[in-house]
Design a protein around this ligand. Structure first.
Ligand SMILES: [Zn+2]
Length: 69
């Protein structure tokens, strides 16, 4: 029986964006994402949704629209 001591392997977590194993360690500044790209994608999606939700239903108040000359 060969004992396999936990080497200094970095912990890995599934990237929230692409579900791929991302290195969860200081060496990965984009953690828990696998890359800066996935990080930006997730942030973008989040912001987009946030904007949608935050959109105030002030349509009645905005009834006086100017005629688009
Ligand atoms: Zn990813």
């Amino acid at each position: 029986m060969t004992a396999n001591p936990p080497a200094a392997e970095p912990r890995r977590v599934p990237c929230p964006t692409c579900k791929r194993p991302a290195v969860f360690a200081p060496s990965n500044p984009s953690r828990p994402f696998c890359s800066e790209r996935c990080r930006g994608v997730d942030l973008g999606a989040w912001a987009n949704e946030s904007y949608r939700v935050a959109a105030p239903p002030g349509r009645e108040d905005d009834d006086t629209l100017p005629d688009g000359a």
